[in-house]
Design a protein around this ligand. Structure first.
Ligand SMILES: O=C(O)CCC(=O)C(=O)O
Length: 316
């Protein structure tokens, strides 16, 4: 491990960085008061600071088949979406066909290409471009798609705000995980994601996979895989330790994956705790143009369990 990576384990460096970005931490102010978190906004925060590990989202504590149709707005969705909303508590995902038209998909892809060609952004080791929504108007606009926003707000019964976009040109090969280890809320259950196909997705390109119903399993957080921190340093487990424990759970629970093979413009929405990842890329010459948007509910505590950092929510 490099010195830089080692230093990242010391919380004092996070605090200093957070202080430099203090404005972007203000979103947690009211929620800290509401949930009795008595620590500075720039400090580390993790599930150890909270009394419980249960989601309180209304469709986690109620059955969507019964509760959703009684809620105002339900009738504003198409019959196919209504059916899927009714299954949300059981399945933890739903699919919107052709939400984005050809032109919108192409415009996002060409914005990504422009950003890459100009050297403003770079692909990470797992083929991602992060936060392009901060650099491109059409990409930012996509994160505020009115139908998407109204559906997510219905599912969480809270206003949602986009936290980040991830753009992919090729499959991620990312192992199974739940977003709640990366982007976490208190109370739990208030992150929600949308995966947009920017082209027809080929089975050999490393499509997205997910485990229907896996969101009802207990959240796998730091202490649950032995990643025990102290006041000054993060725990000594690595992300691959998390992935191994997650894989064991999948095998123990005998979870059966579904592979998402959408057409251009289709969108998969998943629950904060739905286990998912990227299939291995079989044919490396195939693109898999796609974009993920991770949204948080606005009025909850937003942070990153694995690094115990509060989220930085800059105005985008
Ligand atoms: O698109 C993929 O391959 C993985 C995306 C993912 O895991 C995520 O956005 O959380």
């Amino acid at each position: 491990m490099s010195l830089k990576e080692r230093l990242k384990d010391y919380k004092i460096f996070h605090w200093a960085y957070n202080l430099l970005h203090y404005k972007a931490l203000q979103h947690n102010k009211e929620a800290y008061q509401k949930y009795n978190v008595h620590k500075p906004l720039y400090g580390s925060v993790s599930s150890k600071d909270f009394p419980d590990k249960e989601s309180t989202a209304w469709l986690d504590v109620n059955d969507s088949a019964i509760a959703a149709p009684q809620k105002e707005n339900f009738s504003s969705f198409t019959p196919s979406v209504q059916e899927q909303i009714k299954n949300w508590s059981r399945d933890g995902y739903l699919v919107l066909e052709k939400l984005f038209d050809e032109a919108a998909c192409d415009s996002i892809s060409s914005e990504v290409e422009k950003l890459v060609n100009s050297g403003i952004v770079h692909y990470t080791h797992d083929n991602k471009i992060m936060f392009a929504n901060k650099l491109s108007r059409p990409i930012k606009d996509a994160t505020y798609h009115p139908i998407l926003k109204s559906l997510l707000e219905f599912l969480l019964d809270k206003e949602v705000i986009p936290f980040q976009t991830l753009n992919f040109n090729y499959g991620s090969n990312q192992k199974a995980h739940s977003d709640s280890i990366h982007m976490t809320t208190y109370p739990l259950g208030y992150l929600i994601a949308a995966w947009i196909a920017l082209e027809d997705i080929h089975p050999d390109s490393g499509p997205l996979f997910y485990y229907p119903g896996s969101h009802t399993l207990p959240y796998l957080l730091n202490d649950d895989f032995g990643n025990i921190s102290n006041r000054f340093a993060l725990g000594n487990k690595s992300y691959s330790d998390y992935e191994e424990v997650m894989q064991d759970i999948i095998e123990k629970e005998k979870l059966q994956p579904k592979i998402f093979l959408p057409k251009k413009g289709d969108v998969l929405i998943w629950h904060a705790n739905l286990i998912h990842g990227g299939m291995p890329v079989v044919n490396k010459s195939l693109t898999r143009k796609s974009m993920v948007i991770h949204f948080y509910a606005k009025d909850v505590i937003k942070y990153h369990e694995i690094t115990e950092r509060p989220s930085l929510m800059e105005e985008t």
